[in-house]
Ligand binder design. Structure first.
Ligand code: ZN
Length: 242
């Protein structure tokens, strides 16, 4: 099976997205899947929607995407995230708002035996996080495919389910076992939060899953954010990757 890439949580960071797409294309990989959150936080929402809708075989909605078009409750958004949502609403063209309205909560691709959802397969519109193996255990019962690719936490990790009650976490890459199933958090292209400032995505095929990190011009994105008048905290955090 040909290799494919899964990306997520671009958050309107165009320079990070361009760097990742360049890296994927440089490896001769054609199929890209997207696990949600094109917009929110970053300065280039329209441009990022154009690239994702053009380039990705499957794309789904994240909580920030749905927040922008009022498809989900924003009560739990913190003040800074909410400011960015409001800024994004002003900035998006009508066409790009319509693009987002068409995004579904989850999709699957039988050719890859994979499901794509932003937060969890168990309760996609509750926007929960899978932060523990206990959370993961409940979620493994909520999809039938071999792979479930998620985003949302901005922390890349591969969770392998090798038997009842048998799970392990893998932080870089792993060989795929015939009898195992996997929840793969592909990390964030545009706002990593695991202490590594580089953009994150995942490569997979029949035999391996691997988390890839790609450097990009952080300063350029920060300059665009400052120009746009986005909150300082959002600008600064890109320098630390959290
Ligand atoms: Zn996100």
């Amino acid at each position: 099976m040909t290799r494919y890439a899964v990306i997520s949580d671009v958050h309107a960071n165009l320079h990070a997205l361009n760097a990742v797409v360049r890296d994927i294309e440089g490896r001769g990989i054609e199929e890209i899947y997207f696990s949600g959150d094109i917009v929110g936080y970053g300065p280039k929402p329209n441009e990022c929607i154009d690239i994702i809708t053009r380039r990705c075989k499957i794309l789904i909605a994240g909580n920030h995407d749905w927040a922008v078009v009022d498809y989900t409750d924003t009560e739990y958004f913190n003040e800074i995230a909410m400011l960015a949502i409001e800024w994004t609403r002003e900035k998006l063209t009508d066409k790009h708002m319509d693009d987002i309205r068409a995004f579904k909560l989850f999709k699957s691709d039988p050719a890859r035996d994979a499901m794509f959802v932003h937060a969890t397969p168990k309760d996609p519109d509750n926007w929960d996080y899978i932060f523990s193996l206990t959370n993961a255990a409940a979620n493994f019962q909520s999809f039938k495919q071999k792979f479930c690719f998620v985003g949302h936490s901005h922390t890349p990790v591969i969770i392998e389910h090798s038997g009842p009650g048998e799970m392990s976490t893998i932080w870089d890459k792993t060989e795929i076992r015939e009898t195992s199933r996997y929840i793969v958090n592909v990390g964030s292209v545009g706002q990593p939060r695991d202490g590594d400032t580089r953009a994150s995505y995942v490569l997979a095929d029949d035999t391996n899953i691997e988390i890839i990190r790609v450097p990009y011009d952080i300063q350029k994105t920060q300059e665009e954010m400052a120009e746009a008048g986005l909150p300082a905290r959002l600008i600064e955090r890109l320098s630390f990757g959290h």
